[in-house]
Design a protein around this ligand. Structure first.
Ligand code: PMP
Length: 266
């Protein structure tokens, strides 16, 4: 159906409470990329939210494929959202509900080379369930807009002097002898692309550590990289106007970008 014809109830808990889960995936020639990892994260979030997903992974996969087949995009993003559906407005979770599932695909162009962006550093004002891919994204939309207002593309969050992640991406710091990335906990989303990058680093025998990273480490890094499903890997040229590394070479960024491109088509 067309987007204009899609309707949900004004009592949907996603609309009333911002209570919902989502995933953004990509598909090439109807081939849904890395969907097992996306479904796993969706199910982890559903467990946290006590949201019963009334479909098996293969049923979900079939539903998405049906939307892909009807749209015929060579390359597209797939947005999927679950909520507990409409219920009388009450903060308590409803004991009975019919979930709302929304699946949308949009044409999408895979980046053909490593993108380089400016970023800003912001206090991480988000909550302690950043590991849940929740639709309550006001802190993230606010941070992205602050970045854009400052002529940048992404906001990098720090919480009490410790780096967490970008407003829509995971973070990697590249040094001569190793790569650092914030360890998984309730302050970051376990990115599907983050895991892909770790796999690439393992295959290339590049040392990496998932660890606690003080904010100052940014200024000593040779490269700062951001990862997400729709952007792949992106290099950061400057943060708050301060150049990263020499501001010109993003060698590991390019290497990871190329490896990721190859993986995305397998
Ligand atoms: N962190 C946040 C806050 C995000 O919004 C995203 C993108 N959804 C990511 C990390 C990257 O996750 P993924 O690689 O699964 O797209």
């Amino acid at each position: 159906m067309s987007l204009a014809d899609a309707k949900i109830s004004v009592l949907d808990r996603g609309f009333i409470f911002g209570e919902g889960l989502y995933e953004v995936m990509t598909a090439v020639e109807c081939n849904l990329l890395h969907y097992k990892n996306h479904f796993k994260r969706l199910r982890d979030g559903a467990k946290d939210m006590q949201l019963e997903i009334p479909f098996s992974d293969s049923e979900l996969y079939c539903l998405i494929n049906e939307v892909l087949a009807r749209n015929h995009f060579a390359c597209c993003s797939v947005y999927l959202q679950f909520t507990k559906g409409p219920a009388p407005r009450n903060h308590f979770y409803p004991s009975e509900y019919v979930p709302t599932l929304f699946i949308m695909t949009s044409p999408f162009k895979m980046p053909s080379c490593l993108d380089v962006v400016n970023a800003i550093l912001l206090k991480d004002i988000r909550w302690q369930k950043c590991n849940v891919k929740s639709t309550s994204l006001y802190a993230n939309t606010w941070a992205k807009t602050m970045a854009k207002t400052s002529g940048g593309e992404e906001a990098i969050f720090e919480r009490e002097g410790i780096l967490t992640e970008g407003a829509t991406s995971n973070l990697f710091l590249v040094y001569e002898d190793r790569v650092l990335t914030p360890k998984e906990n309730e302050f970051i989303l376990s990115g599907v692309t983050r895991e892909l990058v770790l796999e690439i680093l393992r295959r290339k025998n590049i040392n990496y550590e998932e660890t606690v990273i003080p904010t100052d480490s940014l200024w000593r890094a040779d490269e700062v990289l951001l990862t997400s499903t729709t952007k792949g890997v992106v290099a950061v040229k400057a943060i708050n106007g301060k150049p990263i590394g020499n501001g010109k070479n993003f060698n590991l960024g390019v290497e990871i970008f190329e490896a990721m491109k190859a993986l995305s088509f397998t």
